[in-house]
Design a binder for this molecule. Sequence first.
Ligand SMILES: Cc1ncc(COP(=O)(O)O)c(C=O)c1O
Length: 390
Amino acid sequence: MRKNPNHGPATRLVHAGRDPSEQHGFVNTPIYRGSTVLYPTYDAIKHRRGRYNYGTSATPTMDALTEAWTELAGAAGTVVTPSGLAALTVALMAAVSAGDHLLVTDSAYRPTRQFCDGVLKRFGVETTYYDPTIGAGIAALMRENTRAVLVEAPGSQSFEMQDIPAIAEVVHARGGTVIMDNTWATPLLFPPHERGVDIAVEAGTKYLSGGSDLLLGLTSANAKHFPAVRRTFDHFALCAGPEDIFLALRGLRTMNLRLREHGRAGLEMARWLQARPEVLRVLHPALPEDPGHAIWKRDFSGASGLFGVILKPCPEAALAAMLDGLELFGMGFSWGGFESLVIPFDCAPYRTATTWEPGGWALRFHIGLEEVADLKADLEAGFARLRAAS
Ligand SMILES: Cc1ncc(COP(=O)(O)O)c(C=O)c1O
């Protein structure tokens, strides 16, 4: 399909990265498995002529997804990795070197922190965590050797918004790189590179998959940073499996519809929870009462289905009674699939730049594609158990 700059994101999702005329008319790019790629002549192998050289670096299946994602994200290029965390590590390893200083939002996905405090530290990179709401105030934390700033908006547990254009302006003025974990919004709701992000990461495990049946990551970058991202990906040979990429392509074609429904149902559930007497606060940037609402409204075109709820203080046994009897909400990590999930969480043990004192038990909800009325009834029964055990 020829690229048409006038096409909207929904059209791009359907058509990007595939050309039926090259697949005997079949709509989808097939799964290419393989390590060896044969060259037709001595000259071709000597000069590595041809698009494909070896299975770790590129296959037509990989290209189908990376080309589509590049178009969707407004990037110069994308690599696809076996998990979202792997995509984050590629972004970080592409941006920093020994002796560099890195700034990471205190709200970052916890394994991102563990990578910074573990691997990056061992290789001579110092990480400082900052208050996610710092905005242009990040300037005060920038050092001579600050090479990169990692943002995540909203934080995937605590849901603080970040003023990414303001941060990007400061960081770019000092020659630094802005890396973003954009998993919550996807490029459909937040076009990262248009807003000043140099390297954007998506855990495709979540909304791209939509099925809770695969692990995958994508790292996209603008023209200045893609060569480093591509080199890092090649050095680690961090290639994803062809079946998983095929499943991700299948998810991509319907992601727009699913995301809208997750967002619509999520906001309805968030409003309903806000009105519950057992609830202290709802952490959801699309709610006007949320401290990050103005930034969300300015920079994002919608919300996904993940948000937080702080309960009014109650005994732990009452929380357990509520959660243990839920029929539709599963308790488990990850999110973005068709099924609703809830997890209890506590950011206090690992925060270093900010404190986490929510005032009650914290729950993270992912609203799936069930009927909202059924989800409310499940929680209604849960709140009744909570009250009975309080
Ligand atoms: C915000 C965020 N980023 C990245 C990841 C990592 O994705 P994966 O599980 O594919 O490694 C997750 C996973 O939960 C996440 O929530």
